[in-house]
Each structure stands twice: as structure tokens, then as C-alpha cells.
Design a protein around this ligand. Structure first.
Ligand SMILES: [Fe+2]
Length: 220
């Protein structure tokens, strides 16, 4: 009956998955794991389900600058793909997440930034996913049972993760991480990106009004 059926997702919420080359990721991750373990020692007590997080200023520390170069290069690539007009951007916060067994991250987003990202240092078996949640809240209004979950009927999407992987996503995109079921530690590093000159260069309305100085020129 039909020549062709072509589902066309509209207004996709895109996540950008980067895999750092193994020969770069392996020594990088070894160093990162060592630095992070040092920063969170001695580990403060935590309740079941809680995780350890460092302060959000790893981007200011010299031992994390190799990773910041990876973050900046990947972020610039995404902004270029999005064809955003901007002057400059910067990392506004960067922190490590250390999930022992049972450690999870509840549903959240990263306010007051444009892009966010997470890089994986250590990923134990069975703790290898991050969940992104459909931003269209109205999708929950009528939610019939389905025979199988697929890209067209799901409101949660799971992305597989592995060491050396960097995922960039819109800062508003809500996400979560399920509890680490494994005895091995899961370690990731999160960061946010914002435009440095957002007010000066980007916040002015996108339409042109009547020029104010033409009245002055005409002596009105
Ligand atoms: Fe997050």
C-alpha cells in the first residue's frame, strides 16, 4: 500500500557520545582515579544509596587539565554542530562522583548552564548505564502498556557507558543513574558549560526593532 514509511523524530533531545581513544583513555583514567581517591580520602561516612562527590572546582586544579582539554574540545565540537553563535564558553563547574555499592544519582538536571557532560573513569560490570528522561511531561498522560519498549514509545532512554566515554547533553535534560549493584567502585566526572559573554553578546532579543538613532539623525 505504501512505497515507504519514514518515521521522522521531531525536536530530538540529542546526547553526544564520545569515546576517547584507548591509548589516551587508559593512562588518563589511571591518573584520574588516583587523584580522585586522594581527594576524597578519608571518605566521610555515607548512608546506603548515597554517593561521594567532590567540590565542583576540579577544573581549577592542575592535575585535571588534561581532562579539561578533552571536555573543551568535545564541547566546542558540539557547539559547532549546533551552529551556535557565541564568543567564548567555559567550564563553570566540574566534580567527581564516586559510587560504591548501592550508590545512585536521583533524577536531576544541571540548572544555569547550556551543556553538561559526564566522563567515565571506572565502570564495574552491571553499573554501566545512565538514564535520560523524556522532557515531554505530557507523554505520561496516556501511557498504555506496550508489547515492547522501543525508541517511539519509551519515556526513559538508557545509554550504555564504559571507561573513556564522554557524554555531552543539554543541561536541562533530566537524567539519573541507578544504584551500583557491584562491589567495584563506579567513578565519573561531571561538568557544566556556559557561554562566557551570555549577557553582553547573546541575551539581546533576536529581532531588529526600529533604529533609535535615526530620529536623532533626522533632528526629531
Ligand atoms: Fe547529572
Amino acid at each position: 500500500m505504501f512505497d515507504k514509511i519514514a518515521p521522522q523524530p521531531l525536536f530530538a533531545s540529542t546526547i553526544w557520545i564520545h569515546q576517547v581513544k584507548p591509548e589516551i583513555a587508559a593512562p588518563l583514567n589511571e591518573n584520574l582515579a588516583r587523584h580522585i581517591d586522594r581527594l576524597i580520602s578519608p571518605k566521610p561516612p555515607r548512608r546506603p544509596g548515597e554517593t561521594w562527590q567532590t567540590e565542583a572546582r576540579l577544573h581549577t586544579l592542575p592535575e585535571f587539565q588534561d581532562l579539561m582539554r578533552v571536555f573543551m574540545t568535545a564541547s566546542k565540537g558540539v557547539l559547532d554542530k549546533l551552529e551556535i553563535e557565541y564568543g567564548d564558553f567555559e567550564i563553570t563547574g566540574c566534580w567527581a562522583n564516586v559510587n560504591p555499592k548501592g550508590g545512585a544519582h536521583p533524577v536531576h538536571n544541571h540548572p544555569n548552564n547550556y551543556l553538561s557532560g559526564v566522563y567515565y573513569v571506572r565502570v564495574p560490570p552491571g553499573a554501566d548505564a545512565i538514564q535520560f528522561h523524556d522532557p515531554r511531561q505530557q507523554m505520561t498522560m496516556i501511557s498504555p502498556r506496550v508489547k515492547n519498549y522501543n525508541a517511539y514509545n519509551s519515556i526513559v532512554a538508557s545509554a550504555r557507558i564504559r571507561p573513556g566515554q564522554l557524554i555531552l547533553f543539554p543541561a536541562w535534560l533530566v537524567h539519573s543513574v541507578e544504584a551500583n549493584p557491584n562491589e567495584g567502585i563506579r567513578t565519573s566526572i561531571s561538568f557544566n558549560i556556559m557561554f562566557s559573554d551570555y549577557i553582553q553578546r547573546m541575551s539581546y532579543p533576536k529581532w531588529d526593532g526600529i533604529a533609535l538613532d535615526k530620529h536623532k539623525q533626522a533632528g526629531v
